[in-house]
Design a protein around this ligand. Structure first.
Ligand SMILES: Cc1cc2nc3c(=O)[nH]c(=O)nc-3n(C[C@H](O)[C@H](O)[C@H](O)COP(=O)(O)OP(=O)(O)OC[C@H]3O[C@@H](n4cnc5c(N)ncnc54)[C@H](O)[C@@H]3O)c2cc1C
Length: 407
């Protein structure tokens, strides 16, 4: 093999999280490579599905810092209200933008569009090399560097050396396996079915989170009066995937009712088996895990990418702040881990708790849940606290972003 090509940092995985880190490090003095197993313009990539992402307001602020929000904003639909309810029970709660004190609670975007905009930004960056259709075939590390053997799909082999390797290669992370880092898998025995629907009544920028005995159902506002649907069903009920459109719409109405009038049409359906996957460590030596490679969450509350982006911001801040000789060493990575521990645990606890709390079989909890929703609806203080947690606003110092918050 040839002499290794040197980089400061190599990101393995060019999904939304890996690409976000590369954008955050663009225009810096660091030499960065981003490797993906697929061609960047290949729309058959596993992550290139019809997923929409509910982005919190804090994520919008971070995407502004990455220089991608201006291109994304035209296709981002704002969420002004979140309506939370439970099927078959009294008690609802509405979180409004005023509760959080921000111009919107969040935005709905197509993951594919976000990906495309970030890649366009990266293609013009002198300090970032994009290595597509490339896989890591072997890796080893010393106290000061990581050596990679990589291979392209057409069989070209080369060697890369870097001071820090960031694994952003998804929940089945090959880097995790190569380094012997274990991950804890919790099977929710649920499947999320995503699709897009046209509704009779306008959504008025309201997002719905409805808890049903099958699992949570999210209906998110999109552009052109469409709504994105994330319906969670028991894995045993996956047959709904192959039902006709009319049958699927009937199931939707049975779960959601007619708050948006009739569902007029439904798009292609895609299924995602749901697991909580958590790697046992944030980093090992000079290899750090982010995004789904670190933690893959239940989609309830739409927290996965939002949380990962706050990790990306903190990691980049640590890498850029410290003295160059500390770059990627254990002191720096320990500091990053400590900075992120409480947000990561809180968000994981919240999504895992929500996914379990509303599950069938915990019948006696029903009245308590209804009471909880009613209490939340009546308490401006509790609504504000809950809204700001869901939006990740604690990540921001008031000094830095105060101008963007409503009084
Ligand atoms: C149904 C559903 C709805 C969701 N909704 C929301 C939401 O509303 N809001 C939100 O914040 N989050 C949401 N999430 C979570 C969000 O989708 C994830 O947090 C996000 O996609 C994680 O991105 P990633 O880049 O870490 O991983 P991935 O998207 O899996 O990307 C991994 C990348 O690594 C590459 N790769 C894999 N293996 C290799 C290899 N060996 N070598 C090189 N490259 C490799 C892949 O090609 C891919 O490009 C949702 C998740 C689901 C399932």
């Amino acid at each position: 093999m040839n002499t290794p090509v040197d980089y400061d940092l190599v990101i393995v995985g060019g999904g939304v999280v890996g690409a976000a880190l590369a954008c955050r490090l663009a225009d810096t003095t660091l030499q960065v490579a981003m490797i993906d197993a697929h061609a960047f313009n290949d729309h058959t990539q596993p992550h290139d599905d019809d997923r929409t992402l509910a982005l919190s307001y804090s994520t919008r602020l971070l995407l502004e810092e990455l220089g991608v929000w201006s291109a994304l904003s035209a296709s981002a639909e704002p969420i002004h209200t979140v309506h939370v309810s439970e099927k078959g029970r009294f008690g609802t709660c509405q979180l409004r933008q005023q509760d959080a004190g921000t111009p919107a609670l969040g935005y709905v975007v197509e993951a594919r569009q976000l990906d495309r905009i970030m890649l366009e930004r990266l293609q013009s960056q002198e300090n970032v090399d994009l290595l597509s259709a490339t896989r890591v075939t072997a890796l080893s590390q010393t106290h000061t560097e990581v050596d990679l053997a990589v291979s392209t799909t057409d069989g070209h082999l080369s060697a890369i050396r870097c001071r820090l390797l960031v694994a952003a290669d998804g929940s089945h992370s090959s880097i995790r396996k190569m380094t012997g880092v274990h991950a804890k898998h919790t099977d929710y025995r649920q499947t999320a079915i995503i699709t897009v629907a046209q509704t009779e009544r306008p959504h008025q920028n309201m997002a719905y989170e409805r808890f049903t005995p099958q699992g949570p159902l999210a209906i998110l506002p999109m552009q052109d009066g469409q709504c994105s649907i994330v319906m969670t069903v028991d894995t045993a009920d996956e047959a709904i995937l192959s039902s006709t459109d009319t049958e699927f719409i009937q199931t939707l109405h049975a779960q959601f009712g007619y708050r948006l009038g009739r569902f007029l049409s439904i798009g292609k359906r895609t299924a995602f088996p749901l697991y909580l996957v958590q790697s046992e460590t944030q980093f090992t030596g000079r290899i750090v895990f982010i995004g789904n490679a670190r933690r893959s969450l239940h989609p309830v509350g739409g927290q996965g990418f939002n949380l990962a982006l706050r990790d990306v911001d903190a990691l980049a801040t640590c890498l850029l702040e410290n003295a160059p000789h500390q770059f990627g060493n254990s002191t720096q990575l320990t500091r990053f881990t400590q900075m992120r521990q409480s947000d990561q645990s809180r968000t994981t606890y919240l999504t895992d708790g929500l996914a379990r709390l509303f599950k069938e079989g915990v019948e006696w909890l029903g009245p308590m849940r209804a009471l909880g929703l009613i209490s939340l609806d009546f308490s401006p203080w509790a609504r504000k606290k809950f809204a700001r947690q869901m939006m990740g606003m604690h990540h921001f110092s008031h000094d830095k972003h105060n101008t963007k918050l409503l009084p």
